[in-house]
Design a binder for this molecule. Structure first.
Ligand SMILES: Cc1cc2nc3c(=O)[nH]c(=O)nc-3n(C[C@H](O)[C@H](O)[C@H](O)COP(=O)(O)OP(=O)(O)OC[C@H]3O[C@@H](n4cnc5c(N)ncnc54)[C@H](O)[C@@H]3O)c2cc1C
Length: 412
């Protein structure tokens, strides 16, 4: 019901959630020429997000397509990656940060990264509806009525839109409105991150550690951003932690203490959050209702690594391209929404299935240790594993498990 203090406005597309997925989608729509785009977020920007801040190599071509590579200015790619598992010798791969074909990406605090993407969308003409939380949504007479609540004042606002994009993260309200349940615990990760000071090394660098005292499967990370800060965290399946979230804090403290020579305290900005994994994705397109889900709202998180920024941004870009082209031609959005889903799943469906399978295989300490041993002796195998693990760099196709196995036995 509209009350006297409610305003009502109409937009062609409303993107709910201005994180990497939503901001990429808004940018792509505006580049395609769609003029009436609302970008809704309950937070005011710049806003932080619990994350490892690892920006995978696949993000670079997405940023290029959106003309947003400025966000990488003054940042170097990671110069090396280390993987340690139990008692096996660690695998280390050094790369040239200036190499555009490096298999490694960047480490950029989300506070800064997300703000740049968001501001670019606003500069291109998106309507800034940050500070407004989506509290309800209803599809009637071929349009969406969205109820928004101001995060500070509690003021209500009603907007309408032809197309609704849910990019509102792991606890997506849009997903619920579309009748999609959240992922089961077995397909949900839980992770904690904090920041410490980098010790030595002027370059960005990433390391993953798998230890006896971690839940299985689970790993710790330390991602140095090359500017003096290191993001330290631990991630595992939600089923390993049911009802015991405080254990993550204690584990993180123990893990951080083992990273002498890499990072030093005091450790700050601890933040635990969930990761809906791509081993259980909802449908992406809702052609009958003129809606779509992208990013964490659609569980687009790599089940092996917990990486989600790349997949969310690629989805945002491709959805914006498909939908933008259809709207500019005056076509109905339904076909464009379905075309987006087909394009995305054709490119990444197998990758998500195989990364999940590998995660299951590597959850046994014996397989993980064996793998780490092989990777420590064979930089070629390790490199192939990294490419497989972080996902494809468009337009290249994703590596498959068959490629990885062939590399391990020297056939590739
Ligand atoms: C601890 C941790 C470490 C991680 N490390 C990495 C990593 O190193 N690399 C990587 O690639 N991925 C990582 N991930 C995953 C990554 O953080 C997510 O995949 C990524 O943030 C998804 O982007 P998104 O735009 O879909 O969602 P988000 O970034 O979560 O953005 C969603 C936005 O929606 C807004 N919102 C939510 N509800 C509403 C509402 N009702 N109304 C209006 N707005 C709303 C939120 O304020 C938020 O701004 C990590 C995740 C965790 C938890």
């Amino acid at each position: 019901m509209t009350t006297s203090n409610q305003r009502s406005e109409h937009f062609t597309v409303a993107v709910v959630g201005a994180g990497p997925a939503g901001a990429s989608c808004a940018n792509a729509l505006l580049i395609a020429g769609v003029q009436s785009v609302a970008l809704v977020d309950r937070a005011a920007f710049p806003r932080d997000k619990s994350c490892g801040d690892g920006i995978g190599p696949g993000v670079v071509p997405v940023l290029e397509a959106l003309d947003l590579t400025d966000v990488l200015k003054g940042r170097g790619r990671a110069a090396n990656i280390t993987l340690s598992a139990y008692q096996a010798p660690p695998a280390v791969l050094d790369t040239d940060p200036a190499d555009p074909d490096s298999v490694l990406g960047y480490v950029i605090p989300r506070l800064e990264f997300d703000d740049t993407l968001f501001r670019a969308a606003i500069a291109r003409g998106a309507n800034d509806l940050t500070g407004w939380s989506l509290s309800g949504a209803e599809y009637t007479q071929s349009r969406w009525r969205l109820s928004l609540k101001n995060t500070d004042s509690g003021e209500n606002r009603l907007i309408t839109t032809d197309v609704l994009i849910g990019a509102d993260g792991a606890r997506s309200r849009v997903r619920r409105v579309l009748g999609q349940p959240f992922n089961a615990a077995a397909h949900t990760g839980i992770a904690i991150r904090s920041y410490g000071d980098a010790v030595g090394g002027a370059h960005a660098a990433v390391r993953f550690d798998i230890r006896e005292d971690f839940p299985r499967p689970g790993y710790g990370w330390a991602f140095a951003d090359g500017k003096g800060h290191t993001n330290v965290g631990i991630g595992a399946f939600a089923t390993s932690f049911r009802g015991e979230h405080e254990k993550l804090d204690a584990l993180l403290a123990r893990y951080s203490a083992t990273l002498e020579g890499v990072v030093s305290g005091p450790f700050r900005k601890h933040w635990t959050a969930i990761l809906p994994l791509a081993s259980q994705m909802p449908p992406l397109a809702y052609p009958d209702n003129h809606a779509a889900l992208i990013g964490d709202a659609a569980s687009m998180i790599n089940p092996l690594t917990g990486e989600g920024i790349f997949y969310g941004m690629l989805a945002g870009l491709w959805l914006g391209e498909e939908l933008g082209a259809a709207l500019q031609k005056g076509a109905r959005p339904s076909d464009a929404l379905s075309a987006f889903e087909q394009r995305f799943m054709a490119y990444l469906g197998r990758h998500f299935r195989e990364t999940y399978l590998l995660r299951v295989l590597l959850s046994a300490p014996a397989t993980m240790s064996l793998f780490c041993r092989i990777a420590s002796r064979s930089p070629h195998t390790f490199r192939n594993f990294i490419e497989f693990m972080f996902g494809p760099v468009p337009p290249r196709r994703p590596q498959t498990l068959v490629h990885l196995a062939m590399a391990a036995i020297g056939l590739r």
